[in-house]
Design a protein around this ligand. Structure first.
Ligand SMILES: C[S@@+](CC[C@H](N)C(=O)[O-])C[C@H]1O[C@@H](n2cnc3c(N)ncnc32)[C@H](O)[C@@H]1O
Length: 219
């Protein structure tokens, strides 16, 4: 029987355990600090580990990320990808991407492994090749998530995986009373993924909530 009460101040939650499980390298900590300065939310350490796992599990050579930020999630993806794999990452903010580039180079990645594109995702993604990507990660404007699902389905190879991050924030999906544009878009995304049998989809409580899916076939 445990001597520690569940409400004891020394109790560590599983989320805290997961976030502290593997210490992050200094360039990633610096990228988190830059994100804080810009007022953007980077992937949590545990979400980063999940992205590394995801990329490694499909031996990803080609990954598309929407929402580069200062490079926290990109660093995690590159860590899991095959040695020559290329990350294509899109963000409207070129300044954030300069910091992301700095972080990735400090981690020892060749500059050619990260193709950082400044622009709006829904302008850039349609110019990318069909069925050419192993992983798509979306961590950007929640209002555009349903349209990004269409793009992910076109971009992924069969067996490829998509992850939409930050969908559990502020009870966006869980609270039926939330009817603002972001919440409605995320609810629509969840419904589209649930109904489309081409996806093997599941919500995950990881970080601030995500929806992940594997593309089984394309009709
Ligand atoms: C939550 S931050 C991304 C954090 C990043 N994934 C990380 O873990 O370091 C969201 C990013 O999405 C970008 N963004 C928002 N809407 C976008 C859009 N329509 N197209 C491309 N980037 C967008 C923002 O500029 C911001 O950098």
């Amino acid at each position: 029987m445990s001597s520690t009460s569940p409400n004891s101040p020394s109790t560590v939650t599983f989320a805290q355990f997961a976030d502290s499980w593997i210490p992050e390298p200094e360039p990633v900590e610096a990228a988190r600090e830059r994100a804080r300065e810009f007022g953007i939310s980077p992937a949590s350490p545990a979400t980063g580990r999940f992205l590394t796992f995801l990329a490694a599990s499909v031996q990803a050579q080609t990954v598309v990320e929407v929402g580069t930020g200062t490079g926290v999630s990109g660093a995690a993806l590159l860590e899991g990808m095959t040695p020559g794999g290329v990350l294509t990452s899109i963000d409207t903010e070129a300044e954030y991407q300069r910091h992301a580039r700095e972080a990735l180079v400090s981690l020892g990645h060749e500059p050619s492994r990260a193709r950082l594109i400044a622009g709006r995702a829904l302008d850039v993604l349609p110019r990318m090749s069909d069925g050419a990507y192993d992983v798509v990660v979306v961590d950007a404007d929640r209002g555009e998530y349903p349209a990004m699902l269409d793009q992910a389905k076109r971009l992924l190879r069969i067996g490829g995986v998509v992850a939409f991050l930050g969908i559990g924030e502020d009870d966006m999906v869980a609270d039926p009373a939330r009817r603002d544009v972001e919440a409605m878009a995320v609810k629509e995304l969840a419904e589209l993924m649930r109904r489309d049998a081409d996806w093997a989809a599941t919500p995950l409580a990881e970080g601030n909530g995500m929806l992940v899916a594997c593309l089984r076939r394309r009709d």
